[in-house]
Write a protein that binds this ligand. Structure first.
Ligand code: NAD
Length: 286
């Protein structure tokens, strides 16, 4: 079995953090839900890669301010912007603010998301609506605003070959069914096909649209799945690579996917999951 948490094991062994290449300088990224977990890591990674970053939050303003400070200390510009991604007016105001401050938007990280779990027979309409409104409608509203902005701007040849990039944070549950979480799995299945349809529609404009589908990443959304040795051991039965994912595992891939190194990729879903989608139940021959 691998070490409990890879980043902590590296730090204990004195392994230095790997630097991120400054591959998106002069570009502006909006990262939704950027004051926690995966969004925070992606925002910091994009800042380290040279982007101006809009750190979106809906609650816990102090956490957003801390992310802004971290990005500024890496030498990039950042602002915190409050917006509920499920509100059309909030999303439009957030894009307007980004353009007002930074002059353009080049990258959208559609990350904000939540769970409200219940067995199907007990699931309320409120729990269904909340998850679909944030995870699916929220990504639609932000993607629509991003496409409008990218089309207005056209290709900014001095910063990127593309007119804009959208990365949707999906989940392994866009292909793995998840009993007790039908609202969440339905939202991510929806993201998968929404992403591909938008990608097909806007590719002729030079806009790239892709998804990242994380497996089990160590964030507050799933604490009970990793915060005790027993829970961690059970989780590892689902992860052939035998370690939990760290938020920066997603941050690094997001930076690469947003950069021109990935310029010919659109409409793709990249599973960043340590093999969780490889049917781990068949590991020993089935
Ligand atoms: P998290 O709870 O740490 O972060 C979620 C963020 O979304 C928080 O900042 C939260 O405030 C924000 N948010 C929630 N509702 C919002 C709204 N209406 N408007 C704006 N922001 C809102 O969880 P995380 O694990 O970092 O999740 C980030 C994304 O990654 C989610 O879309 C989640 O579904 C996805 N994901 C996570 C995992 C994992 O294992 N952690 C796996 C697969 C997919």
């Amino acid at each position: 079995m691998r070490d409990y948490f890879a980043e902590e094991a590296d730090a204990a062994a004195g392994v230095p953090a790997r630097p991120i290449v400054r591959c998106v300088p002069g570009q502006t990224a909006i990262v939704t839900g950027a004051n926690s977990g995966i969004g925070r890591a992606v925002a910091v990674a994009l800042g380290q890669a040279g982007a101006n970053v809009v750190v979106n939050y809906v609650a816990r303003e102090a956490d957003a301010a801390a992310v802004v400070d971290e990005i500024r200390s890496a030498g990039s510009q950042a602002i915190a912007v409050h917006a509920d991604v499920s509100s059309e007016a909030d999303v439009q105001a957030m894009f307007a603010r980004a353009v007002e401050i930074f002059g353009a938007v080049d990258i959208l990280i559609n990350n904000a998301g939540l769970q409200k779990d219940a067995p199907l027979a007990e699931m309320t309409v409120a729990a269904w609506d909340l998850v679909i409104n944030v995870n699916l409608k929220g990504q639609f509203l932000c993607a629509r605003e991003a496409v409008r902005t990218f089309r207005r701007q056209g290709v900014r040849h001095n910063v990127s070959r593309a007119a804009g990039k959208i990365i949707c944070m999906s989940s392994v549950h866009d292909v793995i069914p998840w009993a007790g979480h039908v609202n969440y799995a339905a939202s991510k299945g929806g993201v998968a096909m929404m992403m591909k349809s938008i990608a097909q529609e806007v590719a002729p404009d030079g806009i790239r649209v892709n998804s990242l589908s994380p497996g089990a990443i160590r964030t507050p959304i799933n604490t009970e799945a990793w915060n005790t040795p027993d829970a961690y051991k059970a989780l590892m039965r689902l992860v052939p690579y035998r370690r939990i994912g760290e938020p920066m595992d997603i941050g690094r891939v997001a930076v690469w996917l947003a950069s021109d190194d990935a310029d010919y990729i659109t409409g793709a879903t990249i599973y960043v999951d340590g093999g969780m989608t490889l049917y781990p139940g068949f590991e020993s021959g089935g």
